[in-house]
Design a protein around this ligand. Structure first.
Ligand SMILES: NC(=O)CC[C@H](N)C(=O)O
Length: 385
């Protein structure tokens, strides 16, 4: 029989009953999560290992995923992919890249992550845009046998990310020092040496390249676990406090993070937050966060600096957002998304306390927003002087 379609070995079931059949790869079994689409054309490994993707399966709109393999150098977190699973248009081909130490398929299998290939990711992305990021069950079985009713029931029963604190699952177990710099520091920026600006970074699921960028900007970084109290933070006598990115609902994580941040805000220390850190700084200042329809996940998102009018092309990965209508007096919206007008940054008007929704460390993506690391380091230097 010419061109017979291969027997499906994986099934993606959306909670509304929509089914996608394809070829399974990676681990065998099934998993439930929220499904989001990412529009990045490069950096699938950085995306899959970004701890902020915990609880989510990523479908890439770009069709060629896997063709540069994987290398430990590109991991954004310790070893394991944080994303719960992967959806691609075609099965990844053999990697072709001198940096590759493994191929994506073997790597997913080793790290127990399920993937499906050979499906219409454009149709799937349209479904996500229309119905909002759906709850899904993804199953891989080489025998091609699936209990569809059970998969749909699992997707329906899953409670979702709202109200979920995942930072405590992905944070570091113990505090540690970070001094490695980034290789991606763009032209025109100086790698700082030996200034030792004492920064405490709270790890809610921090991406490594954020820590590298802080080091490149001149910071001597001590990383503390997500549940660190204000006492833990202030005991290190920090000159600056950094709040990292991370997975889950900021309001749920805020149960322990917000009281810490509020105590830190009472001291006159520069504070910088990224993504989840941005959302929790906003909560600590009295604003509210809400779940978005399908969020922002990509490496080409235009963000406008409201004060200068300058547009930055940014990396994004978030499903919650700060409701800018709820920002209190003394806190201004510094950045907005040019895609949908949602909030992308805030700043206190009277001191260097600021945060952004996008990812200035890029990885993967454009480097337009690196200046934010310099702004943070500058604020610490100014306070020293
Ligand atoms: N990258 C992040 O820090 C994500 C923050 C939060 N978990 C969200 O989805 O909005």
């Amino acid at each position: 029989m010419p061109n017979a379609a291969p027997r499906p070995t994986a099934c993606l079931a959306l909670a509304d009953g929509t089914l996608f059949y394809g070829q399974g790869f990676g681990a065998v079994g099934d998993t439930v999560a929220e499904l989001v689409f990412n529009t990045s054309m490069t950096g699938y490994q950085e995306i899959l290992t970004d701890p902020s993707y915990a609880g989510q399966i990523v479908t890439f709109t770009f069709p060629h995923i896997g063709n540069t393999g994987v290398t430990p150098e590109d991991d954004e977190s310790v070893e394991t992919p944080a994303a719960a699973g992967l959806v691609v248009k075609w099965d990844p081909t053999e990697p072709s890249n001198w940096r590759a130490t493994d191929d994506l398929v073997a790597w997913l299998k080793k790290h127990n992550r399920i993937a499906i290939g050979g499906i219409d990711t454009r149709r799937l992305t349209r479904a996500i845009r229309q119905q909002g990021a759906p709850h899904v069950a993804l199953a891989h079985n080489p025998d091609g046998i699936f209990d569809i009713e059970a998969l749909i029931a699992k997707a329906r029963a899953w409670k979702g990310l709202v109200g979920l604190d995942l930072a405590k699952d992905v944070t570091c177990a113990q505090s540690y020092r970070w001094n490695e710099k980034t290789w991606a520091w763009p032209e025109g920026y100086t790698q700082r040496e030996g200034e030792g600006l004492r920064v405490v970074a709270i790890d809610y699921g921090a991406k490594r390249n954020i820590l590298r960028c802080l080091a490149s900007a001149g910071c001597d970084v001590t990383v503390l676990p997500a549940t660190a109290t204000a006492e833990d933070v202030l005991a290190l006598n920090p000159e600056g406090v950094f709040l990292s990115n991370g997975p889950g609902d900021p309001a749920a994580t805020g149960v322990y993070a917000v009281p810490m941040i509020r105590e830190v805000l009472k001291k006159d220390i520069p504070v910088f937050g990224i993504c989840l850190g941005h959302q929790m700084l906003a909560l600590a200042l009295g604003a509210k966060t809400v779940k978005m329809n399908h969020g922002h996940h990509g490496a080409n998102h235009p963000v406008k600096d409201v004060e200068t009018g300058k547009v930055e092309i940014t990396s994004m990965n978030h499903g919650f957002t700060v409701d800018s209508q709820t920002l209190p007096e003394g806190v201004i919206e510094s950045h907005v998304s040019l895609f949908d007008g949602s909030n992308c940054g805030i700043r206190m008007t009277d001191r260097p306390v600021f945060s952004v929704q996008h990812h200035p460390e890029a990885s993967p993506g454009p480097q337009d927003s690196f200046y934010l690391f310099e702004r943070f380091a500058e604020a610490i230097r100014a306070r020293r002087a």
